[in-house]
Design a protein around this ligand. Structure first.
Ligand code: FMN
Length: 333
């Protein structure tokens, strides 16, 4: 194995290629997670996606993954304070994931200390999603093993810094850092590793695969879009989310939710409540629209994607993507 393929991250995760298919709500489905892991990368389980969109429960989704691969997968725990019901569900899912044998956890949006304790007791590893130094410092102090640095080109909840700036401000924490955002092709992948990242997390590129159970129009919209088609909106979850403006069922405008919700989102006491409200509203809208669609997921109201659409030129199996990226890295060694 070439030295570029081996990083602290590949050792922590027990994988061959320093490449993750990041958690994706609502598109992360068991077949996609398994395909990426089976090919040598690391597929990340999004429990809300598994339980509410694809499999009926996290357990059924994890069993489906286990039918398809014996290789390691990771688990995404969004640990932001929300309703008590959500917090109880997430704590139960974390236990279920550990019982299932998952040992690589990716925490996001909150204080990861309690997850770190549980996962370390079980002999596992925790990386934490960050967009800037102050969150990384807190995660470091909570004992995480690594960081996922979400930059401003990312799909999902985009960050605010460039990949280079972010690595620059996190470098001295002494933790391995995965770069997330803006990587759609193997050239960009190798560039991120050359910057000093220990691996790359991609989302958008893996939506344009046959394994990702979204509507065919969504996959095609990713292939057809360029980076100027991506806008940020707060209307889905209260935090900026990257979506394709052109081609989404609802023609998206960059923008804010209504004035009242925007106010609630700014107040420390009510912001968690407001985000939960928006996330639940999006989930209900997704359920309504999926009933009438041809595929199970069908049309959500929007097509989420990051600026990495610029590097996506065809719909391609997940394994072919992992192999192509691996070949490029080996060729550089
Ligand atoms: C449709 C979509 C949904 C996402 N949902 C989540 C999520 O539930 N949890 C999470 O930690 N990251 C989420 N992300 C972020 C991805 O895991 C990953 O970091 C990001 O997509 C990387 O940027 P890229 O899309 O340019 O490759 C999502 C991204 C996309 C595109």
């Amino acid at each position: 194995m070439s030295s570029k393929l081996r990083t602290v991250f590949t050792q922590d995760a027990g994988v061959d290629v320093p490449l993750l298919c990041g958690a994706m709500y609502p598109c992360g489905n068991p077949e996609l997670v398994a395909a990426v892991s089976e090919a040598g990368g690391l597929g990340v389980v999004q429990p809300i996606s598994f339980a509410y969109v694809h499999s009926g429960s996290l357990k059924v989704g994890l069993e489906r993954v286990a039918d398809l691969t014996q290789k390691p997968v990771a688990f995404n725990a969004i640990i932001e304070k929300g309703s008590k019901k959500y917090e109880r569900a997430m704590n139960r899912w974390i236990e279920e994931a550990l019982d299932f044998g998952i040992r690589f956890f990716i925490t996001a949006l909150g204080n990861p200390a309690h997850v770190v304790k549980l996962v370390h007791e079980a002999g596992g590893i925790v990386y934490h999603d960050v967009t800037e130094r102050r969150f990384a410092q807190k995660a470091h102090d909570s004992g995480v093993n690594g960081l996922i640095a979400v930059n401003r080109r990312a799909g999902g909840h985009a960050g605010i810094r460039s990949a280079k700036e972010l690595l620059g401000e996190l470098g001295d924490l002494g933790l391995p850092v995965i770069g997330a955002g803006g990587v759609g092709d193997e050239r960009a992948f190798v560039e991120m590793l050359n910057l000093g990242y220990a691996g790359v997390q991609m989302g958008t590129r893996f939506i344009a695969t046959p394994e990702c159970k979204v509507h065919a129009d969504y996959r095609q919209a990713i292939v057809d879009s360029d980076e100027q088609d991506i806008v940020l909106t707060k209307r889905l979850s209260g935090i900026d989310v990257a979506v394709i403006r052109r081609g989404s069922i609802v023609e998206m405008e960059a923008g804010e939710p209504g004035a009242m919700l925007s106010w609630f989102l700014r107040q420390p006491r009510t912001k968690h409540w407001a985000r939960t409200f928006l996330a639940l509203r999006s989930l209900r809208a997704l359920k309504r629209s999926s009933k009438s669609a041809q595929n199970k997921l069908g049309y959500g109201d929007v097509y989420q994607a990051g600026k990495s659409v610029a590097g996506v030129h065809e719909i391609e199996p997940a394994a072919a993507i992992v192999q192509r990226f691996r070949n490029e890295l080996e060729a550089q060694a």
